[in-house]
Design a protein around this ligand. Structure first.
Ligand code: GAL
Length: 691
């Protein structure tokens, strides 16, 4: 893993705290109890613009000065948020042009948060001023260790249609294309007479009949939003770097229409994530027999790790979540809060703050519960936090800086993610395939990473993995194709799914046999294809050939069927379609290429098809030879200086049993285990070090 890591000597555990929401008389007791729980760090300030600047140009740091001084006295470090996610009413009232707008041009008004746009020069000026005054004031404060820029850029809303955004989009396009002729070409505007003869005619997507938009414009819109978000963050990052060079900078993601890799690479010291696994209990899992639920968050954490190999969890769920009007979640069961904490740690967190210290008694989030209840008396969540505090106090220095180990990775890129939002002919496939692989790998106890394919991705970032799964890169540049060929030629195993390589980076379809620039790598072409969209034809039966076999009878090819024609002698057919007019035609192939293998599967990967392939790919369970694990348990291994820390996470609501095949130290209990039966209680966690 590359990327900028959060670098701490000792694990930092803490909590988000809002001193402005509580009587000052409570602060002392709050901090004292935080220290009792083993907390070392608090985040504050990110929504308190009015406290810092009650009137335009009038600054008042009194409240936060006192809150920070008291934190200092109690031995707590402080992360400060810039408050730009919540512009004051005095600002939006005076300058409504700073507000974001809906596609119809209706302004979003004061009363929520994130109702501003990134483009307004006026808003940027106000943000620069508040950031500058805070950075000047706190630059040399001994306990202010770092900054969070804004809060959750692109959360809640990730599209922007104010006048300022339309204007900024035009500028961005002029910069990208130079001439209208080039833009018209790239957007294929000859189709349906969409050509532009003046830059002023161009807008971000607007309401249209059938809500259909030019797909090339829609893709550029997302690229623009991402660049514009980064440019908004850059303004603050530059000010903080200049004025407070000893303090680090981060922000909390991971949200849409934002290249978080570019953001972090250019501006941040490391990336942070807000982990709320309880959302999974209110999402549907299509495959109800073994739902992944909160375990799917591990896949998201692996994406976070692709940005920062060690990261910060700026907000870790510490109770039931819910706004007054949405997101009604059940209470985490006893043990789940601790389990989710270790899920984050197992995946690479070296700093973790619970959200939040105490549930708010007013406002939209009165049901987004903190560790402490409204009554502020001891409860089971406080007890769980205390257990984590004790454990990480003991373990923290050992695991800090250790790195998650994986031999397989899933590959993603932003262009396909954004293009696939509009394009129903490839977009939905990615999620299905990633889910299929996540489930298969999780149940086989095989850890995996994510790799993002970017312009600057280097071969070394790929060759560290034995296996790469890049399920549906519909948009495939020649550069990416070349890089992937080098990876396979050097011995890597690469798997593609349906719709690979048929578009160029503008989103135009190639006038070439699919899979376009990787056809020679795969040794096949797509002879025919069909989208499966009817209730009775969402999946086509498969039959295995050449020794491959699966657990499901029959296995099925989901969502889309590319009917393959082997072109190279080195291409071997591993499965055929077993129904419809293409029965008997190849569905899954493997091509030997250099010292590696390139697989092409003509559909979206299901868990069963991924499972059937895992054995052939030579991937081993992380505990192979030393522990037998039940399916309910996830394993993650973090490695440092030759030491291996294995995290075993039981997501089930009942006790499950593993079998330890050799001696190990149980680091949470502080005992040596001889081997044999190893019970994990409901939602239980073990951290083992092998002897
Ligand atoms: C996050 C946000 C927090 C809080 C939390 C619960 O998205 O950063 O401020 O709102 O969710 O809703």
């Amino acid at each position: 893993m590359t990327g900028k890591a959060c670098a701490v000597q000792q694990f930092e555990l803490g909590v988000c705290y809002y001193p402005e929401q509580w009587p000052e008389a409570m602060w002392e007791d709050d901090y004292r109890r935080m220290r009792e729980l083993g907390f070392t760090i608090v985040r504050m300030g990110e929504f308190a613009w009015n406290v810092f600047e009650p009137e335009e140009g009038v600054y008042d740091f009194g409240l936060f000065d006192r809150a920070i001084a008291l934190a200092h006295r109690h031995g707590l470090k402080v992360i400060l948020g810039t408050p730009t996610a919540t512009p004051p009413a005095w600002l939006t009232h005076r300058h409504p042009e700073v507000l974001n707008a809906s596609k119809e041009g209706v302004l979003y008004r004061h009363g929520m948060r994130r109702h501003y746009n990134y483009s307004s020069p006026v808003y940027r000026e106000y943000c620069a001023r508040i950031t500058r005054s805070m950075a000047e004031h706190y630059a040399d404060h001994p306990v202010v260790v770092g900054w969070q820029i804004d809060n959750e850029l692109n959360c809640e809303i990730q599209v922007f249609y104010s006048e300022a955004d339309h204007a900024a989009f035009r500028m961005w396009l002029q910069n990208k294309y130079g001439t209208l002729a080039a833009l018209n070409e790239a957007w294929g505007t000859v189709f349906w007479n969409q050509g532009y003869s003046d830059w002023e005619q161009i807008h971000l997507t607007r309401p249209t009949p059938a809500d259909s938009v030019n797909p090339h414009l829609a893709l550029d819109e997302k690229r623009f939003i991402s660049d514009n978000t980064i440019s908004f963050a850059r303004l603050q990052a530059q000010i903080i770097r200049e004025l407070a060079p000893k303090q680090w900078i981060t922000t909390n993601g991971l949200f849409g229409h934002l290249d978080s890799h570019a953001l972090t690479g250019e501006l941040l010291d490391f990336f942070s994530y807000d982990s709320y696994p309880n959302f999974s209990t209110i999402w549907n899992d299509a495959d109800r027999d073994t739902p992944m639920l909160d375990r799917t968050v591990s896949s998201t954490l692996s994406r976070v790790r692709s940005i920062s190999p060690n990261f910060c969890i700026m907000e870790q769920q510490s109770g039931p979540g819910g706004w007054v009007n949405r997101m009604a979640q059940p209470s985490p069961k006893p043990g789940q809060m601790r389990l989710w904490t270790y899920q984050s740690v197992a995946h690479g967190a070296d700093m973790l703050l619970y959200f939040r210290w105490r549930t708010a008694t007013f406002g939209t989030e009165i049901y987004w519960h903190g560790i402490n209840d409204y009554h502020n008396r001891p409860n089971r969540r406080v007890a769980e936090a205390a257990a984590v505090g004790r454990e990480l106090g003991r373990l923290g220095a050992d695991i800090a800086g250790s790195r998650y180990a994986a031999e397989a990775a899933m590959v993603r890129d932003y262009a396909n993610e954004w293009d696939g939002e509009l394009d129903v002919w490839h977009g939905p496939l990615r999620e299905e395939s990633e889910y299929g692989w996540t489930k298969a790998l999780q149940l086989a106890h095989i850890p995996f990473d994510f790799v993002y394919m970017r312009e600057e991705t280097a071969l070394e970032e790929l060759t560290r993995y034995k296996v790469l799964v890049y399920p549906h890169p519909a948009i495939m540049t020649e550069r990416t194709a070349d890089l992937l060929k080098q990876y396979v030629a050097g011995g890597g195993k690469l798997l593609f799914g349906a719709r690979t390589g048929y578009k160029d980076e503008r989103g135009h379809c190639r006038m070439a046999p699919f899979p376009g620039p990787v056809a020679d790598l795969c040794g096949v072409t797509v002879e025919d294809f069909t989208l499966l969209n009817g209730a009775d034809s969402a999946a086509t039966p498969l039959s295995w050939v050449n020794g491959l076999s699966g657990t499901e009878t029959p296995a099925r090819a989901h969502r889309f069927n590319d009917i393959l024609r082997p072109e190279a002698d080195t291409a071997e057919v591993l499965a055929e379609y077993a129904a419809d007019y293409y029965a008997g035609m190849p569905a899954l192939t493997c091509n030997r290429y250099g010292s590696g293998e390139a697989y092409y599967y003509g559909a979206a990967y299901s868990r069963e098809v991924a499972q059937a392939l895992i054995g052939r790919l030579g991937l081993e369970p992380a505990a192979a030879g030393w522990c037998e694990l039940p399916p309910e348990v996830e394993i993650a291994v973090r490695v440092k200086d030759g030491r291996r820390f294995a995290f075993l996470l039981n997501y089930a609501n009942r006790e499950v049993e593993a079998r330890l095949l050799q001696e190990a130290d149980d680091l949470l209990e502080g005992v040596r285990l001889a081997g044999g039966r190893l019970a994990l209680p409901p939602y239980g966690v073990k951290v083992l070090e092998l002897k």
